[in-house]
Each structure stands twice: as structure tokens, then as C-alpha cells.
Design a protein around this ligand. Structure first.
Ligand code: C5P
Ligand code: MG
Length: 216
């Protein structure tokens, strides 16, 4: 007998999910973080960073996943998808419950999920069990630009994974595991690829126009 698939926790008609991807270090490095906060201000998104949620869980007393997360982050590999998906689902549930205002009434919500999905099983798992994503914003730049700026960040970030060796591994993980995610969503016509080598203002103009279309 065929097993029937259970439906996602959130109805995509009410909850809008946009995935935000860029290469390793795209956060402050190519301004992905800045773009996200501008989109948050303009459209009332809740911004969730998968990496931040993982670091928080890693440091939470009594977490059964702390060691696993620490090892993956140190090695620049992807944390098993069920862990990250559950952290995101929990954060979304809390936000939908407590938040009110434009776009957030009657179980509605809008999320920018940053640094996710980095691997195909995260993508399919989240879409099927948590919420079907509407769009993937892909902030695109070159490895050279990312490496240069990551090494700059390394001077002050205090992050254990901002060193040349781990950065190389993160590039490799990105090329091998994250690029297929982008290709997958391209086949579904859900990718907005935005060249991020131009100015913050130029990038934002494209990003906000893209997001506007979803809510029009
Ligand atoms: O996004 P960020 O660079 O902060 O991620 C840091 C690390 O967290 C990644 O190199 C990876 O080990 C882990 N991560 C993950 N899955 C994600 C996001 C981050 O395994 N979707
Ligand atoms: Mg980040």
C-alpha cells in the first residue's frame, strides 16, 4: 500500500518562505546580511539564519546535538538535515504564534530563511514537511571575492571556521552540495539570481523588485 505523505506544518498560501543563498561568507562579505535586513524593514519578514540557529543550539546547555554541530561547523560540512529543519520549524512556530501586524494575522507569516538549504535533502525535507518555499534568492559572486573578504573578516570575527583551510572546505561543500540545490530550484523556476558584485543600492533594487512580485 502506498504511504500517504503528510502535509507540511505551514500552508504556503498563508506562510511565505524565501530561501536566501550565497557562497560561504556571503553574509557580511558580499552584503547578504545587509540585503536581508533591508528586506525585513520593507516587507515585515522574520529573518532566520540557519547558521545562527545552529550556533545557538551548539551552545545550548544540554543539547544532544551540540557536539555534532560543532564538528560539522569546524569541518565545513553540512549538519544532518533533520537537525536544521527542526530548529527552523521551531523558530517559525514561535514567531507565527507571537507576532502580529501586517502579513502576520490569522496564522499568516513571511520568512527569509538565510543560509538554507545548503544541501538537496534540506531543501526537499523542508519543502515537504515544514513549508513549500516560494522563491530562492541567490546572491551571486566569485570565489576570489569571497575568499578575500572572508580572510578580512577572519581578523575580527572570532569564528572558528574563518581560516583558509576551513574556508577551502566550505567552498568545496558549497560547490558540491549547495549548487545542486540552486539547479534544482531553477528547474522549478523559483530562482532569482542577483549579481552581488555591484553596489548595495543596485543589488537592493533588484532584490526588492523581485520580492514585491510575490506580494502583489
Ligand atoms: O551560514 P553560515 O556560514 O553561518 O554556516 C556556518 C556552518 O553551519 C556551515 O559551514 C555548516 O557547517 C553549518 N550549516 C549547515 N546547514 C545550513 C547552514 C549552515 O550545516 N543550512
Ligand atoms: Mg551567516
Amino acid at each position: 500500500m502506498a504511504e500517504s505523505k503528510s502535509s507540511p506544518v505551514f500552508d504556503a498560501q498563508k506562510v511565505t518562505v524565501i530561501y536566501v543563498l550565497g557562497g560561504p561568507g556571503a553574509g557580511n562579505v558580499i552584503g547578504k546580511g545587509t540585503q536581508c535586513s533591508k528586506l525585513v524593514d520593507a516587507f515585515g519578514f522574520c529573518h532566520l539564519s540557519a547558521g545562527d540557529l545552529l550556533r545557538e543550539e551548539q551552545n545550548r546547555d544540554g543539547s544532544q546535538y551540540g557536539e555534532l554541530i560543532r564538528t560539522c561547523i569546524r569541518e565545513g560540512t553540512i549538519v544532518p538535515s533533520h537537525v536544521t529543519i527542526k530548529l527552523l520549524e521551531n523558530a517559525m512556530t514561535e514567531e507565527v504564534k507571537k507576532r502580529t501586524g501586517d502579513g502576520w494575522t490569522d496564522g499568516r507569516g513571511r520568512f527569509l530563511i538565510d543560509g538554507f538549504p545548503r544541501k538537496l535533502d534540506q531543501a526537499v525535507g523542508f519543502d515537504e514537511t515544514v513549508c513549500l518555499a516560494s522563491l530562492v534568492i541567490f546572491f551571486d559572486t566569485t570565489e576570489d571575492v569571497m575568499l578575500e573578504r572572508l580572510l578580512e573578516r577572519a581578523k575580527t570575527s572570532g569564528r572558528e571556521d574563518d581560516n583558509v583551510e576551513t574556508i577551502r572546505k566550505r567552498f568545496r561543500t558549497y560547490n558540491e552540495q549547495t549548487m545542486p540545490v540552486i539547479e534544482y530550484y531553477k528547474t522549478l523556476d523559483k530562482v532569482a539570481e542577483i549579481d552581488s558584485t555591484v553596489s548595495v543600492e543596485q543589488v537592493y533594487r533588484v532584490a526588492s523588485a523581485t520580492v514585491s512580485k510575490l506580494f502583489s
